[in-house]
Structure formats: structure tokens, C-alpha cells
Write a new protein. Structure first.
Length: 134
């Protein structure tokens, strides 16, 4: 749960920063094509990735919280199905965090360098620590 929440927070920072940059670039009006293309590519990549950290009904957060509730409500050991679900959710979360960290530490940094070369400053979220296997 901790790693998921950390990833959600990092994703929120990325969302806010991308919105800020879009607004700033729109305000400037003279955005070089290279930056516009890089922003569009990053937005598309992030849009798909952000679904992996969506909250609410039917999203990954619901799956994690639902399973945690089941495990806490039971007096017995987890069932085989619950253990499989834990492994699947764990793998899915680790892969999502790896993609998010790549976006933060590589793609966003590349964009930041490109923006700075044009005199535009961008903030970047911190990478997320994946969950530890127990």
C-alpha cells in the first residue's frame, strides 16, 4: 500500500508539473517544434502510465485495498487465490513503478535539459521506492 501511495503522489507531482509546463509554453507562444514534440510524446506516455496509479472503484488502488481488507478480516492464512493475487498485484506494481521512475529519471530529465537549453526551468518528482518482498 505504501509504495502504491508513494507512486500516486509522484504521479500527481508529474501531472502538476506537466500542466504547469504546458501553460507556461502556451503563454510563451514561441515554443520550438522540438519542445512541442517532446512534450506531446511525454504526455502520451504519461497518460497511459497514470492509469496504473488510478484511485477509486475498479482501479488498481481498489484491488489493493480490497485484498488488504479481505486479509485483515480473516482469521486464517491467505488462500491460494489470495496469494496469487498478491503476487500479481506486486508484479504489476513493481513494473508500474519502474516505468514511472524511468519517466521521472530519464524522460522528464531529458525534457528538463531541453527546456533549460531554451531557458525554461522544470521541476521533477523524486523516484519511488518499490515495495519490498516479504
Amino acid at each position: 500500500q505504501r509504495a502504491f501511495k508513494d507512486a500516486q503522489k509522484a504521479a500527481e507531482v508529474v501531472t502538476k508539473e506537466m500542466e504547469r509546463l504546458k501553460g507556461m509554453l502556451k503563454e510563451r507562444g514561441d515554443t520550438p517544434e522540438e519542445i512541442s514534440t517532446k512534450m506531446k510524446d511525454l504526455e502520451e506516455k504519461y497518460k497511459e502510465l497514470s492509469k496504473e496509479f488510478k484511485g477509486g472503484w475498479g482501479g488498481p488502488e481498489f484491488e489493493i485495498m480490497d485484498l488488504a481488507g479481505q486479509l485483515q478480516a480473516s482469521m486464517s492464512a491467505p488462500t491460494e487465490a489470495q496469494l496469487r493475487t498478491i503476487a500479481q498485484l506486486y508484479d504489476k506494481l513493481v513494473k508500474g513503478i519502474e516505468k514511472l521512475n524511468s519517466l521521472i529519471t530519464q524522460d522528464f530529465v531529458d525534457l528538463q535539459k531541453l527546456l533549460e537549453s531554451k531557458g525554461i526551468r522544470a521541476a521533477v518528482a523524486k523516484p519511488v521506492e518499490p515495495p519490498k518482498k516479504r
